[in-house]
Design a protein around this ligand. Sequence first.
Ligand code: AMP
Length: 455
Amino acid sequence: MSFQPLKGFRDFLPPDASNRARVIASLRETARRAGFEEVETPSLESLELFKVKSGEGIVEETFSFTDKGGREVTLVPENTPSVARLLVSRIKVEPLPVKWVAFCRLWRYEDPQSGRTREFSQCSLDIFGVPGVEAELELLATASQMLEGLGLQGEFVFRLNDRRLLQGLSDALAVKVPEAFHRALDRREKLSPREFDQELERAGLSPEGRERLGGLFDRAERAPDGTAGFAEVRSELERWGLSEIGTEGLRTLEELYALGERAGHAPTWRFDPSLVRGLAYYTGIVFEAYDRKGELRALFGGGRYDKLVELFGGGSVPACGLAIGDVRLELLLRRRGRWPERSDGLDVYVATADGALREEALTLVERLRRRGFSADRDLLGRPLARQMRDASRRSSAFVVLLAPKEREQGSLILRNMRSGRQDVVPVASLEDALAAGRAAEGPRGPAGPDAPSGA
Ligand code: AMP
């Protein structure tokens, strides 16, 4: 019998597992520098929490079951409800605003494809208690720094819209079934132009309305990134005679662009009046990030959700958030040569030329570990040649060889595995010799996310 991971689930082998940890450490550090405090929520929650937010339909997408106590539970498919639940429980003691960052694993019963798995991880940022676009800017600025901190400068573009503007479009086009209109827009990328047109027709859009909408989207697609593009599409929208709510959406976007322009972020923003991000839940600005070449699905998504905390019984608390997924981030980092491709090589492998010295090797390994070196030795009592092969396989930078002759003089042999140079070093000054050797070698492998980025 042979076992494999379940469909849509992944194993992470060395060195990928620790390279992933490096990426997460970089995201965590950027969030910390931006003043986000870390929270952690459970992997299993009451199914009801997600039904309240997203309706019964969510059940289809979850790994949910009835537990031994007869409770309907689910592996969490997203963490916003958990974070909102946490906020509600802290609302009396937590002075607002709060900025929270969370790293979690999520599970969704979807059809696995490139960039889409059934188990994945997210880094989410949420801000509670800020009604104005300062919060959106804070999220987008932090997300930019996260991507730049990983070496992705110039590789991403953020798409922005406002849900109220969508409502305004729906009003201006006299859409008969707004839900169907939103759903059609949400599915636009997945549909052929003909299928999209048919869905719009089913939503009750007239042929003229469909043409007008198509013209708007084309114009937005052709417009340049940044504030100039936004201004171009905005002036067209102003001619649409938007309803009050639509105008409010446009005005909020304008405020965010003005702020983003001053902070130097707007050049990577693209106004996309077709962006929906799901059906319910979002109440204002929404955004998504894509790789600039447009090769992958969305890297992150988010927006304002001012009604959710109230839905969970926490009173009216403005909120917005975003979540970056690990799968597409890894794909993009790899494609752009920015994946921190480093092996977990050892600093030192302690080998023995004589079985009698194995106990000494153990003591020395422990001493080196306490002094901050990664050190290991042979656990099987193998001959020296096999130990040396093991040291190579483990990508050890140095080998310390304990041999009887040098041992008598209180020394050992230190071999630099890259240059092949060997020195006889007093046991007492081994650490100094290793530190000097390491400094002469320079850092291992290509610069990764924990290298200073200058961002
Ligand atoms: P969402 O929680 O659906 O708003 O998605 C936010 C981000 O999480 C996306 O932009 C993706 O990066 C990631 N994501 C969502 N669903 C999946 C999935 N099934 N597999 C991999 N990544 C996902």
